[in-house]
Design a protein around this ligand. Structure first.
Ligand SMILES: C=C(OP(=O)(O)O)C(=O)O
Length: 589
């Protein structure tokens, strides 16, 4: 039994599909002289297959998800064609008799060391892409194809990876993936976000898993308790199969309620909204019964480009999202780049000692007023598309606002964007202006900030990490980065009460919104609007139907007296089990 972090609840069993096993363990034997040409031919063949594969993936993703998301595969094809990349590999095979897979490994090590030293922003950003290409090539060299659909592996797959790269997640496409296990990662890693958005169990931070499991093994993922079992004995497997059946049955039952109104047992209506990253996610939001889109993370649009997309292109994407969103309700967050996500064409780089607290989000947008204004104009233009019937709402959300000065500056830019559209005679619609509440300084001074906004959205993922000074992506300190810690609970209560008193709508759009225990607490604090991964909406809706506000308020009173995170967690678990043991099983530990 392997232990890790429970990042997406539920139990599933499937065939292991190890994405990085070959790359992590390259063949390090020295080639005999007579083997060199054969090895070179194998490498060239792998390159050709990878090129075909990438072109097909680009076409497939473009069709299934969108042009922007597919752009990453064009970048990968360019890397594959780059002579600097491939000549080195050829040289090591021919001159030094190193196997192709070990050469690729060496190449990756060289790139990593070189970029760390050079600090070249563009190359630095491409490191992940190069890694992606290398992994794909390595998989072909080993005859373990990197495309699950082509690999002949059928039935439910459990993807096992060191860390799920963005393109790998996209490439999984429609494959029957029932679980994800990663060596690296944390609650908010890419793998965790993907798993939660697909509603599949996942465990992250499982040390050494790629050495213990191989493609084709039977593997059990318990995403509620954070454990993984490899090739379990028949008896254990039978017990897990029963739990798996119960989990999927429960999910189906919950999903059947997804179009019911979200109202508590004592009649309080709630808004359950979806967090989305692209146009495709809007379909999931609709399918899961979201009332609208509570957070559209626009950075994914910019991450897939090599240069600033122009105003028209941004407008087209926003308009498509608005048109497809339930109730034409969308909250569009302006560029929130930084931390682990970089956009080199905006001068952003990896050289900061403390990137999560550095030059990121709105701080970066302010220094690119032309780009920033183009985004604001695109959002306002999309609002003009709202129908005459009055249905729909476009909200503009500014990330990482720290103080009053910043919010004033953002409002000033909003006026400027409005004026420039009016001067150009371009139609614009009514847009509400809001701020993400994720910096502790802003939480302390929320009263002053409320005078400058129409609404607030609490970004609890970042708020928790800043409040606890514990990196949300570092498993070593994840014990500190806890949404249910007393300091976080007190801060959330302070913010929600301040917003309600000022009559300013407040939503919470971090991962907490989809966690049953946290939902109970937030409801009792007076929160009525929750934005989450679409897959969690049916569960939270069901929990709302079974809960009263009065009960949730009593829960909050008790929690406010507690001094430790464990006390809060244990108490909320008990309360949840009393309301619904089934839903309690869908909460992560
Ligand atoms: C929703 C949030 O933002 P991000 O996209 O950074 O997770 C958050 O911080 O809670």
């Amino acid at each position: 039994m392997e232990k890790g972090l429970a990042v997406s609840p539920g139990i599933s069993i499937g065939v292991a599909y190890c994405i990085l096993e070959i790359f992590v363990n390259p063949d390090r034997k020295r080639l005999e002289k007579h083997e060199v040409q054969k090895e070179l031919a194998r490498y060239e063949q792998a390159r050709e297959r990878t090129a075909v594969d990438l072109a097909a993936l680009q076409a497939k993703v473009e069709k299934q998800i969108g042009k922007n998301e597919a752009a990453i595969f064009a970048v990968h094809q360019a890397i594959l064609r780059d002579p600097a990349f491939t000549n080195k590999v050829r040289h090591w095979i021919v001159q030094e008799h190193v196997t192709a897979s070990a050469s690729l490994h060496r190449l990756m090590e060289e790139y990593t060391a070189m970029f760390a030293k050079m600090g070249d922003e563009y190359l630095q950003e491409r490191l992940n892409d190069i890694r992606d290409v290398v992994v794909r090539l390595s998989a072909y060299l080993s005859d373990v194809l990197n495309d699950a659909e082509e690999s002949g592996l059928s039935g439910p797959l459990i993807v096992v990876a060191d860390e799920l790269l963005p393109s790998q997640a996209v490439a999984l496409g429609e494959a029957d993936v029932r679980g994800i296990v990663t060596q690296a990662g944390s609650q908010t890693s890419h793998a965790a976000l993907i798993a939660r958005s697909r509603g599949i169990p996942a465990v992250s931070g499982v040390s050494g898993i790629l050495r213990k499991v191989k493609t084709g093994d039977t593997i059990v993922v318990n995403g509620s308790e954070g454990v993984v079992s490899i090739n379990p004995e028949a008896e254990e497997l039978a017990a897990y199969r029963k739990l798996e059946r119960e989990f999927f049955h429960l999910k189906d039952q919950l999903a059947a309620n997804r179009h019911h109104p979200a109202v508590t047992r004592d009649g309080t209506p709630l808004k359950l909204l979806a967090n989305i990253n692209n146009v495709k996610d809007v379909e999931a939001a609709e399918a899961m019964g979201a009332w609208g889109v509570g957070l559209y993370r626009t950075e994914y649009l910019y991450l897939t480009h090599d240069n600033v997309p122009d105003e028209d292109e941004q407008f087209d994407v926003y308009r498509e999202i608005l048109t497809k969103s339930p109730h034409h309700y969308v909250t569009i967050r302006t560029l929130d780049i930084g931390g682990d996500k970089t956009v080199a064409y905006l001068g952003h780089n990896h050289n900061e000692a403390n990137p999560f607290m550095g030059w990121r989000s709105i701080r970066l947008s302010f220094e690119h007023p032309e780009f920033f204004l183009s985004q604001l104009r695109a959002i306002m233009r999309c609002a003009a598309e709202l129908g005459e019937d009055g249905e729909g709402e476009v909200n503009m959300l500014f990330p990482m606002v720290t103080n009053v000065e910043e919010m004033r500056k953002a409002n000033h830019l909003v006026r400027k964007a409005e004026k420039s559209l009016d001067q150009r005679g371009v139609p614009r619609g009514k847009v509400k202006i809001g701020m993400m509440l994720e910096v502790p300084a802003a939480a302390v001074c929320i009263h002053h900030l409320l005078e400058l906004v129409d609404f607030v959205s609490i970004g609890s993922n970042d708020l928790v990490q800043y409040l606890t000074a514990a990196d949300r992506d570092n498993p070593k300190v994840s014990g500190l980065c806890q949404p249910l810690s007393p300091a976080v609970v007190m801060t959330l209560k302070h913010v929600i009460e301040a917003c309600n008193t000022a009559n300013k709508p407040v939503t919470l759009c971090g991962e907490m919104a989809g966690q049953p225990r946290a939902f109970l607490l937030l409801l009792g604090m007076g929160l009525r609007s929750f934005s989450m991964s679409p897959a969690f909406i049916p569960t939270i809706k069901e929990l709302a139907i079974l809960t009263t506000v009065e009960h949730a308020e009593r829960v909050v009173e008790k929690v406010m007296e507690m001094k430790t995170t464990n006390q809060v967690k244990r108490f909320l678990r008990m309360e949840l089990e009393a309301i619904s043991p089934d839903i309690a099983r869908l909460d992560t530990e």
